[in-house]
Design a protein around this ligand. Structure first.
Ligand code: UD1
Ligand code: UDP
Length: 376
């Protein structure tokens, strides 16, 4: 039996690895698949595990309030040393660009266990943005033997870096598999947005109110960037009585503190706890405009048919920019306010639904690659 270990630690990795865990578990005659969470995130990770009904086999439980990059890197390395020694997998799969992914790939390399990199090949080629994710992704790529790329542009990035074409597999992004699984489960079980605040639901259902959904957490925006974001939101809220801003606030103290200080008492700004995935999907579908710096939201957005403004100066997800479904606005107050005002005008509000990131079959392709590999 071939032993596969999937390792992840944060909310977005968990969302994107969940459908892969399910697919490997369906193939239990071929694979012994185990899940290790580092718990770089705790509550936000547990929300995802619960929704996708995944019970980890190993839990490093490393999250500490206000942890820094040294804490995460060293605790993941030490924890993974022991898990890898105990389980001795034939392959370790990591995802994307977090410090969990990079440190796990390095820990596997030290025990000469081959690594598969899911969501490989995204690049800005700017080590300051996103920070430290651009370096995490490049280093994980150097350590990996299998590169599962969402798009052909990601494949070309790796080819231009000299990666052997035989090791690159074009699969689409597993986030689309997760999104389809979620919308199906919502329909199948006739679920409503159970945990969303009643005020937020009533605002979303009120046809006289336009809604802007906001998420933000990037390290390169800490300090000045977040002050700007808050100023832009407060200006927009004061400018438009019939606009509501719905903002599930990331629990990082470097985010939560300025956001609460600047935005707490503005009546048409709803600061809420992070939403579980199904509730977030519901709010995303119901909102008129999305304003975000999230990687995952940029990938989900083109399926929504609504404007998505990205509060970053550069993005490694350029396909949707080229497709016209997302637009970069940075963290400049005037630019954010101007572009939101533009999209609040109903004739500018419709964006076509074309998703360049996947077709919902990424995990099937990834598992097939491993079937073929272990058969040879
Ligand atoms: C991490 C990833 C980033 C990813 C983001 C997704 C790194 C370096 N950063 O950044 O790539 O885009 O997750 O959200 O890998 N916290 C909680 N509860 C939680 C989660 C976080 O309280 O469930 C708080 C803690 O105080 C924690 C802090 O947030 O110390 C920061 O978490 P951390 O994982 O270090 O950074 P993120 O900004 O979340
Ligand atoms: N998300 C969620 N609840 C929220 C905000 C976001 O479930 O309150 C989901 C979102 O749909 C996307 C993922 O979390 O799939 C993005 O996570 P995040 O923005 O934290 O990280 P990034 O993608 O930027 O690494």
């Amino acid at each position: 039996m071939n032993k596969i270990l999937l390792v992840f630690g944060t909310r977005p990795e968990a969302i994107k690895m969940a459908p892969l865990v399910k697919k490997f578990k369906e193939e239990s005659d071929l694979f012994d698949c185990k899940v290790c969470v580092t718990a770089q995130h705790r509550e936000m990770l547990d929300q995802v595990l619960q929704w996708f009904e995944i019970t980890p086999d190993y839990d490093l439980n490393i999250m500490r309030p206000g942890q820094d990059l040294y804490d995460i890197t060293s605790n993941v390395m030490l924890g993974m040393r022991d898990v890898l020694k105990a389980y001795q997998p034939d392959a370790v799969l990591v995802h994307g660009d977090t410090t969990t992914s990079f440190a796990t790939a390095l820990a596997a390399f030290y025990q000469q266990i081959p690594v598969g990199h899911i969501e490989a090949g995204l690049r800005t080629y700017n080590l300051s943005a996103p920070f430290p994710e651009e370096l995490n992704r490049q280093l994980t790529g150097r350590l990996a033997q299998w590169h599962f790329v969402p798009t052909s542009l990601n494949k070309n990035n790796l080819l231009s870096e000299g990666v052997d074409e035989k090791t690159i597999h074009l699969t689409g992004n597993t986030v689309i598999d997760a999104l389809y699984w979620t919308t199906d489960k919502i329909k199948r079980q006739a679920l409503s947005a159970g945990n969303v605040d009643a005020n937020v639901i009533s605002v979303l259902k009120d046809p006289s109110i336009q809604t802007i959904l906001v998420t933000a957490h990037r390290r390169e925006s800490f300090g000045h960037g977040f002050v700007n974001i808050c100023e832009a939101l407060s200006k927009l809220a004061r400018m438009h009585e019939h606009v509501a801003i719905i903002y599930p606030v990331h629990p990082n103290p470097k985010v939560k503190e300025p956001v609460e200080r600047y935005l707490k008492n503005i009546p048409n700004i709803h600061l809420i706890e992070p939403l579980n995935y199904q509730d977030f999907v519901y709010v995303m579908e119901a909102a008129d405009i999305v304003l975000t710096d999230s990687g995952g939201v940029q990938e989900e957005a083109p399926s929504l048919g609504k404007p998505v403004l990205v509060m970053r100066d550069v993005t490694e997800r350029v396909e949707a920019l080229e497709g016209g479904t997302v637009e970069l606005v940075g963290t400049d107050v005037t630019k954010i306010v101007d572009r939101i005002n533009h999209y609040l005008t109903p004739e500018n509000n419709f964006i076509s639904k074309v998703n360049p990131y996947g077709d919902g079959k990424a995990v099937e392709r990834i598992v097939s690659t491993f079937k073929a590999h272990f058969n040879n």
